[in-house]
Design a protein around this ligand. Structure first.
Ligand SMILES: Nc1ncnc2c1ncn2[C@@H]1O[C@H](COP(=O)(O)OP(=O)(O)OP(=O)(O)O)[C@@H](O)[C@H]1O
Ligand SMILES: [Mg+2]
Length: 250
């Protein structure tokens, strides 16, 4: 996880370190109704950033607006030093951004392996075979169930599969929408440990949206608290881990 200066373009020991993702003044919503208001956030390379808030706070809307799945009403998104425009969501995977929605996101009628192979369509052939091996090593359950139809896997297994499919595109930024949703505490713990390994071994950066913060804070470097579509507070991972209660912020 990142040990660098947490500010975007901050200079640690005089070296300019640009943010991987920098969001400024992002405003978005649905059919003219503003849901998120002037959201500022950034993710440094190798950082795990939490976006925490209660139901309806605007967490999913924020992720979708960053990706350009929703028309933006204001603000800018800069990804890997380039302006990221809305309206071209299909470019995201090819550019190293992987969005893992809260709902199940696999092709139910296809096998685990077929789902994984589809996840690699933006990656060259040889490298995708290697990625398949490494992803299957990371998720032994998927290795065992290679031939099983995704739709017959349990909720937790399908969530693992969604994450594994996203990893097949060799992302540099993982955007996870409530990875804990509907999963047993033990499965959430496993998922967070898997993510921790990914960040440490592969230097992937993560934005993790969560309502259930207890497990997420284990790997969070920094967190933003979203309430009624606004960032009301930013805190360090240590501060988030040391909080016993969240009701006053949610
Ligand atoms: N497709 C949509 N059309 C209209 N309004 C929407 C749509 N999706 C979300 N909203 C509204 O936008 C607000 C924020 O929703 P959002 O899904 O971003 O919240 P969230 O923080 O992800 O909540 P949850 O934890 O329940 O997933 C809510 O008031 C919601 O009703
Ligand atoms: Mg949501």
């Amino acid at each position: 996880m990142a040990t660098s200066d947490p500010r975007p373009n901050g200079s640690a020991a005089g070296v300019q370190l640009p943010a991987l993702l920098e969001v400024n003044g992002l405003t978005a919503g649905y059919r003219g109704r503003v849901v998120i208001h002037e959201v500022d956030l950034h993710v440094m390379p190798g950082e795990v950033v939490g976006v925490f808030g209660s139901n309806g706070a605007g967490k999913t809307t924020t992720l979708k607006a960053i990706l350009g799945l929703l028309p933006r009403m204001g603000g800018t998104v800069v990804y890997e030093a380039n302006r990221w425009r809305s309206g071209r969501p299909w470019r995201a995977a090819g550019q190293g951004m992987a969005f893992i929605p809260a709902e199940r996101f696999t092709f139910a009628g296809l096998s685990v392996e077929e789902n994984l192979r589809l996840g690699a369509t933006s990656v060259a052939g040889e490298s995708s075979a290697e990625t398949l091996d490494s992803v299957l090593t990371m998720f032994p359950i998927l290795q065992q169930r290679r031939e099983q139809k995704a739709g017959t896997m349990s909720g937790g297994e399908q969530r693992m599969l969604s994450l594994a499919v996203a990893l097949m595109s060799q992302p540099r930024l993982l955007m996870l929408d409530e990875p804990s949703l509907g999963l047993a505490p033990r499965v959430v713990e496993q998922l967070i440990t898997t993510l921790q390994g990914l960040v440490e071994k592969q230097g992937v950066s993560v934005i993790m949206v969560e309502q259930n913060v207890n497990q997420a804070v284990r790997i969070t470097d920094r967190a933003y608290i979203l309430r009624s579509g606004r960032v009301i507070q930013q805190m360090s991972g240590e501060e988030a881990r040391s909080r016993e209660e969240w009701w006053d912020l949610f």
